[in-house]
Design a binder for this molecule. Structure first.
Ligand code: FAD
Length: 433
């Protein structure tokens, strides 16, 4: 790779790409971002406020866990976040109840998982330790969490990576950024542009070549960009579609050891919060977990918006792959009708706006987010190793901290990649102009 590292070409204007760009531009580097979509944000996807009455989120919505990079950035942008407080309900075997699901064997699960030394898959772990029929509901609830929250396949997912989450009783949905993550993206985009970052929308990168220690990046629209290094932040499934120089291609093969799951997200805006008429004490309803086809629902509480969001994650979403948006909306209405004892037609008449996004069908995401297998940490080390390479990998899937597959993971990874470049990837420092 070039000694100078003067001009960096970043592929993808999601959280990772924009964060890396800002850090590099702040340090005086020239940065070009090539983004396939007509907008920035990637899997942060704000929907029009006119449709939902606020800037609803078609992609990322919650701040999980401590998320130090996200929280610092929100503060810098003058944005705040709102804690999620309220009551979780569940609907099982025809009954709506207030209690969060607690399994009588949960303490035993925590004890066994705490003592685990060597990693194995979640399904393997359950077979080894909780195969007995008395643990059937425990097995089900663990699998449901792994599939639903992490969008992961229990037959491949790492037990050690999910351990902390289990101890917490599930991935913590602690807060929402006020104004949505879209406001954070708008801030990063504006910062980047003010620092001179050239953001080129509608550029689908098809290939990267290395020539004379520099990179040549080709876009589907015929544009060709030259740089000293390229940073690829595209979601893992898209890596296969970009022609890469041999060393980068070899590294990219490691991505096969990182899981990538799917989510179907359904947003329904009604005329009113009709669910309050069904059951008076649903006023502070947050999450509702059910055994319906679209199993998880949530409100915008404490905001009094008449919007319900449905969530279906994991390998079983493949069963709905044949459904178009209108049919997914129908499936969402049918699930709500089943939970609340109403007719789907009745609910449909109360709809003001609806969206259903099957992320597997998004051409520039091909799914929702990554999750860890027992081989993922090694794969991430291979992908993240810079060692003089002119093509670097970044993005949420490269994050080696606790909450993979999050906005925090993407921001932190973008920041880390920028730091690696600024240090001088191959031990060389930026040449003076
Ligand atoms: C439905 C859903 C819900 C989620 N909920 C949450 C949540 O509540 N909280 C949370 O923290 N995280 C959540 N996430 C995860 C979070 O959105 C992602 O981890 C994060 O936004 C990923 O950022 P990134 O920059 O790594 O990737 P991306 O945002 O995917 O950015 C990569 C960019 O590359 C572009 N691209 C792809 N191919 C090409 C190409 N060939 N040429 C040029 N550009 C290309 C894409 O268009 C995209 O803009 C959710 C994700 C989904 C899908």
């Amino acid at each position: 790779m070039s000694d100078t590292l003067e001009h960096i070409v970043i592929v993808g204007a999601g959280a990772a790409g924009l964060m890396a760009a800002r850090e590099l531009a702040r340090a005086g580097r020239r940065v070009t971002i090539l983004e396939a979509r007509a907008r920035c944000g990637g899997r942060i996807y704000p929907l029009p406020a006119a449709d939902f009455g606020y800037q609803a989120a078609g992609g990322a919505e919650f701040v999980h866990g401590e998320a130090p990079v996200t929280r610092a950035l929100l503060a810098e942008a003058g944005l705040s976040f709102e804690a999620i407080e309220g009551t979780q309900w569940s609907f099982d075997h025809g009954k709506l109840s207030r209690e969060a699901r607690h399994d009588p064997h949960e303490a035993e699960l925590h004890r066994v998982v705490k003592g685990l030394k060597d990693d194995l898959t979640v399904a393997g772990f359950l077979r080894r330790n909780f195969a007995d029929s008395q643990y059937e509901s425990l097995r089900q609830s663990v699998e449901r969490m792994v599939e639903g929250y992490d969008a992961a396949d229990p037959e491949r997912a790492s037990t050690l990576a999910l351990r902390d989450e289990w101890m917490d009783g599930g991935r913590h949905m602690q807060a929402r950024p006020v104004g949505g993550y879209g406001a954070l993206i708008a801030f990063l985009e504006a910062e980047g542009r003010a620092l001179g970052v050239d953001i080129r929308l509608g550029c689908v990168v098809s290939g990267i070549e290395e020539a004379g220690g520099r990179v040549v990046v080709h876009c589907g629209n015929g544009e060709v960009h030259h740089g000293d290094a390229a940073v690829l932040t595209v979601p893992l499934p898209l890596l296969k579609e970009i022609a890469l120089p041999p060393v980068a291609r070899e590294k990219a093969a490691a991505a096969a050891d990182i899981g990538f799951g799917n989510v179907i997200k359904i947003l329904l805006r009604f005329e009113s919060r009709w669910w309050l008429d069904r059951q008076a004490d649903l006023t502070d309803l947050t999450f509702l977990l059910s055994d319906e086809k679209i199993p998880v629902w949530w409100t915008q509480h404490p905001a009094e918006r008449a919007v319900l969001t449905g969530w279906f994650g994991g390998p079983q979403t493949a069963g709905l792959a044949g459904l178009g948006e209108a049919e997914l909306i129908q499936a969402g209405l049918a699930s709500l009708a089943g939970i609340f004892g109403l007719s789907p037609d009745d609910l449909a008449q109360r709809l003001l706006a609806a969206r259903a996004i099957n992320w597997a069908h998004d051409p520039f995401a091909r799914g929702a987010y990554s999750w860890a297998t027992p081989q993922t940490r090694d794969a991430q080390s291979v992908l993240a190793s810079a060692d003089g390479a002119a093509v670097l990998f970044s993005g949420e899937a490269l994050y080696r901290g606790r909450d993979m597959g999050t906005v925090e993971a993407a921001l932190a990874s973008g920041q880390e990649t920028a730091a690696v470049i600024l240090k001088g990837v191959s031990g060389k420092t930026k040449a003076t102009r």
